[in-house]
Write a protein that binds this ligand. Structure first.
Ligand SMILES: C[S@@+](CC[C@H](N)C(=O)[O-])C[C@H]1O[C@@H](n2cnc3c(N)ncnc32)[C@H](O)[C@@H]1O
Length: 265
């Protein structure tokens, strides 16, 4: 039997996701170590890019918008969170900034030469639909560059939480197989996907939680694990997480990153 792409049980609360990212807009850049690494890797994988009109989907505070604009591309920056867009506007006043949702793209057909979307599509409700919309938006012969997260991401944090209680505290991510199926269902070539694991290290569980909060990646699709955090729970998490460290004070936090570089027919 063919495995099906995993779907959340309930619709994602886009307002809440946008608010959580919006609250992190000011702190985002100083915590976005993973996002910088992954976005750079995506651009390296893509190789030289002909100049054109580029949609930066889920632009965040605009680091890659600015970088691509600086290379001579004409940028459209789109994000769910308006405070993120305000940062992007300050960085690149010449760029068209649009508040919008990757699951309901407010753009016409064949209107850009390329989409760049780094570490945003893991928040999409339905990746196949989102990718179909990207295909519609990009002109024939254009490119789609994406990075997103796969199952295996935040595993150490989930494992540590599991020692503390059984509440859902960490979002789940699509399996690699489900990602390949979503890509193929959207009419893109799944052979153009690659996967890589990035592991960052932190000195404490609190530092891990602060880093996630700093980039705004703390919205939970199911449950509300953050409201019930108290000192006792955090101490238990700290102990459970420290036990996972190979070296004292070096707590691993891994991300299974999926990269897709597609050229449209
Ligand atoms: C982890 S940040 C990545 C930002 C930027 N691409 C980077 O690499 O630094 C994810 C961004 O995606 C945005 N986002 C999340 N869900 C989205 C959606 N459905 N549509 C558009 N943007 C979304 C968030 O508001 C946030 O700014």
């Amino acid at each position: 039997m063919q495995p099906k792409p995993s779907k959340a049980l309930e619709p994602h609360d886009k307002d809440a996701i946008g608010r959580t990212f919006g609250r992190a807009a000011a702190s985002y850049d100083s915590h976005a170590q993973l996002q910088r690494l992954v976005g750079e890797r995506l651009l390296t994988l893509a190789g030289p890019l002909p100049l054109g009109r580029v949609l930066d989907l889920g632009c965040g505070s605009g680091h890659f918008t600015e970088k691509l604009a600086g290379q001579g591309h004409q940028l459209i920056a789109l994000d769910l969170a308006s405070p993120m867009l305000e940062h992007t506007r300050l960085r690149c006043p010449e760029v068209l900034c649009l508040q919008g949702d990757a699951d309901a793209l407010p753009l016409g057909s064949d209107c850009v030469d390329m989409v760049f979307s780094s570490l945003a599509l893991q928040w999409s409700q339905d990746l196949t639909q989102a990718l179909r919309q990207l295909r519609r938006t990009v002109r024939p012969g254009g490119r789609i560059l994406i990075s997103t997260l796969a199952d295996g991401s935040l595993n150490e944090l989930a494992q540590a939480w599991n020692q503390v209680d059984r509440q859902p505290r960490v979002n789940r991510f699509m399996s690699e197989e489900a990602l390949r199926i979503a890509v193929a269902s959207a009419g893109l070539n799944p052979a153009q996907l690659s996967f890589d694991t990035v592991t960052l290290h932190y000195d404490s569980a609190l530092a891990v939680m602060r880093a996630l909060k700093g980039v705004g990646a703390t919205h939970l699709h199911q449950g509300d694990g953050h409201r019930s955090l108290n000192r006792h729970t955090l101490t238990a998490l700290e102990q459970a997480y420290q036990a996972l460290a190979a070296h004292p004070g070096q707590l691993p936090l891994s991300y299974r990153v999926c990269y897709g570089v597609f050229t449209l027919d």
